[in-house]
Design a protein around this ligand. Structure first.
Ligand SMILES: Nc1nc2c(ncn2[C@@H]2O[C@H](COP(=O)(O)OP(=O)(O)O)[C@@H](O)[C@H]2O)c(=O)[nH]1
Ligand SMILES: [Mg+2]
Length: 459
C-alpha cells in the first residue's frame, strides 16, 4: 500500500451537471468525515460501502461548499484497492476546485496523472496490460475501438499471456526434472515435448503479435490521402465520406489550397482522411505550396485514394499521378460516374489498376459504399488488420512478445539439435520472463512513470 493519500478532480474541467473529486488512500475516511455533513448538519460517519447524501463544508468555518453525493468504497474492493472516497458535486470549475482544495487541506496530496490507475496496478487490482488499456478506452474514437479497449481492460490480453506462461512453466519443469535424471530416452521424450508444445505456443504468440496491427489502427487511425488533379471531385468525396459539407467545393480548379484532415468512422475503423490540393504543374506560387503539401500527405499516408474524373478525357497530370502513386498502397476511384464514363478513360484506368477500380459519384453518393468496402478489404488484407481478434497488443507489449518468441524458438532449436537440456531450460525461462514483462511483472519505476504519465489527471 502507498502511504500518502491522493486526491484529484476526476471529471473533465468545464461545466457539467456533475463533477467528481476522487480521494484514495488511508486518510480517505478521515477526510470524508472532516468535510461532509449529514442533511441535519452532523459529521458524516463512513462505515460500510455505501452512497450518502450530504453537504461538503470548509471544516474550520463550517462554510458550505456544495451539496454532494458521497460514495464510500473501502479497500481492498475498490478501483485502486485502497479506501476510496468520491464526492459528486455540481460540475463547475469553481465548485470542484474548492472541494479539491478542501481535500488537500484535510491531508491529501494532489494526484499525478494516472496515479489512481497506477495504484490499482501496484495493489494487484489489474495487470499492466489492463492498466494500459484504460487510456485506450478513454481515447477510443469509435464504438469498435471502445469495445476492443474494454476487452483489454477486462484482461483478455493478460489472460492469454498468463495461459501461455503457464504452459511454458510446465514445459520447463518437465525439462528440468529430466536434467536431474539423465537417461537418454527420457531426454528424447522431453525434447520432443518442447518441440510439439513449443510449436503451439509459437502460434499463439504470433497471433498476439499480429493483433498489434489492429491496436495501432484503432489508436491512430489509418492515414488516407485523397489525391488527384484539380477538379476531379476530391473535396466532394471527402464530404460524401464524412456525410457533411466540410470542404469547400467549387467548379474552379485549385479551390483546395491546404490539406484538410478529418477523422471518419469506417465500419468501426477510424480513418484519418486528408483532402489535398489538386496536383498539377502550376505557376501560381500559393497553389504550388499546396501541391507540395499534397505530395507530403501522399508520402505520409498509408493508403491513397487516387481520384479521376470519368466524364473527362485524361490529361498529362492524370497520367503523371498514376505513375507517381504506382508504388503506394492505393485504390483507384473514378468519380462523376453519374455523368457517364468515357470509354477511352475507362479503358486506360482499368489497364492501370489490376485489382479493380471503384466507380462512384460523390455528388449522388452512388458507389461510396463500395469504396468503403474496398477500403476495409485493403486494411484487412494489406495492412494485415484482423478484426476478429479478442485482444490487441500495443507497441511495448509487441516488442516483448517478439523477444519471447526468439527465446522460445531458440529453446526449440536446441531441443531439435540435441543440445544439453540446460540450454533448453534457460531459453524457456527467458521466454517466460519476457512474457511476464508484457503484463507488468517486475516493471520498474521508470516504465510505470512512462506509461502512467500519458493518463489524464484523476484517472
Ligand atoms: N456531376 C458530378 N459533379 C461532381 C461530382 N463530384 C464533384 N463534382 C463537381 O466537380 C467540381 C469540383 O469538385 P471538387 O470536389 O471541388 O473537386 P477537387 O478540386 O478535386 O476537390 C464541383 O463543381 C463539383 O460539384 C460528381 O460525382 N458528379
Ligand atoms: Mg478540393
Amino acid at each position: 500500500m502507498q502511504e500518502d493519500t491522493i486526491a484529484a478532480i476526476a471529471t473533465a474541467i468545464g461545466e457539467g451537471s456533475v463533477g467528481i473529486v476522487r480521494v484514495s488512500g488511508e486518510m480517505a475516511k478521515s477526510i470524508g468525515e472532516k468535510l461532509v455533513r449529514t442533511p441535519s448538519g452532523k459529521p458524516i460517519r463512513l462505515a460500510r460501502r455505501n452512497i450518502r447524501y450530504g453537504r461538503v463544508v470548509q471544516p474550520d468555518s463550517e462554510d458550505p461548499l456544495d451539496e454532494a453525493i458521497v460514495l464510500w468504497m473501502p479497500g481492498p474492493h475498490s478501483y485502486t484497492g485502497e479506501d476510496v472516497l468520491e464526492l459528486q458535486v455540481h460540475g463547475g470549475v469553481h465548485v470542484l476546485q474548492s472541494v479539491l482544495a478542501a481535500c488537500l487541506a484535510a491531508g491529501a496530496r494532489m494526484a499525478e496523472p494516472g496515479e489512481f490507475t497506477k495504484r490499482a496496478f501496484l495493489n494487484g487490482r489489474m495487470d499492466l496490460s489492463q492498466a494500459e488499456a484504460v487510456i485506450d478506452l478513454i481515447r477510443a474514437k469509435t464504438e469498435f475501438a471502445g469495445k476492443m479497449a474494454l476487452r483489454q481492460v477486462e484482461g483478455r490480453f493478460g489472460d492469454e499471456v498468463r495461459s501461455i506462461r503457464k504452459e511454458l512453466l510446465t514445459l520447463q519443469a518437465h525439462v528440468e526434472v529430466t536434467i536431474d535424471y539423465p537417461e537418454h530416452d527420457v531426454e528424447d521424450v522431453a525434447c520432443q515435448q518442447v518441440l510439439t508444445v513449443g510449436e503451439g505456443l509459437l502460434k499463439r504468440i504470433d497471433k498476439l503479435i499480429a493483433s498489434a496491427a489492429l491496436g495501432r489502427v484503432l489508436r491512430e487511425g489509418v492515414a488516407t490521402a485523397i489525391v488527384g488533379r484539380p477538379n476531379v471531385g476530391k473535396s466532394s468525396l471527402l464530404n460524401a465520406l464524412l456525410q457533411r459539407e466540410r470542404a469547400i467545393v467549387t467548379d474552379i480548379p485549385g479551390t483546395t489550397r491546404d490539406v484538410l484532415e478529418e477523422y471518419i468512422n469506417l465500419r468501426g475503423i477510424p480513418l484519418k482522411l486528408m483532402d489535398t490540393a489538386g496536383i498539377r504543374q502550376t505557376e501560381d506560387v500559393v497553389e504550388r505550396i499546396g501541391v507540395d503539401r499534397s505530395r507530403q500527405s501522399m508520402a505520409d499516408a498509408e493508403l491513397v485514394l487516387l481520384v479521376y474524373d470519368g466524364s473527362q478525357l485524361l490529361n498529362e497530370d492524370d497520367r503523371a499521378l498514376a505513375s507517381e502513386t504506382g508504388n503506394m498502397r492505393r485504390i483507384v476511384v473514378v468519380n462523376k460516374s453519374d455523368r457517364g464514363v468515357r470509354p477511352e478513360t475507362r479503358a486506360w484506368i482499368e489497364g492501370l489498376a489490376s485489382e479493380g477500380v471503384v466507380y462512384l459519384s460523390a455528388k449522388t453518393g452512388e458507389g461510396v459504399d463500395s469504396l468503403a468496402d474496398r477500403v476495409i478489404d485493403v486494411i484487412e488484407r494489406d495492412i494485415a488488420v484482423d478484426m476478429d481478434v479478442s485482444y490487441m497488443a500495443n507497441a511495448r507489449q509487441t516488442q516483448l512478445l517478439q523477444l519471447a518468441r526468439q527465446d522460445l524458438s531458440s529453446a526449440m532449436e536446441s531441443a531439435a539439435a540435441g543440445a544439453t537440456l540446460d540450454l533448453v531450460a534457460v531459453a524457456l525461462q527467458a521466454a517466460y520472463v519476457q512474457l511476464g514483462y508484457a503484463i507488468g511483472e517486475e516493471a520498474g519505476e521508470d516504465l510505470l512513470d512512462e506509461i502512467f504519465s500519458r493518463f489524464c489527471l484523476g484517472k
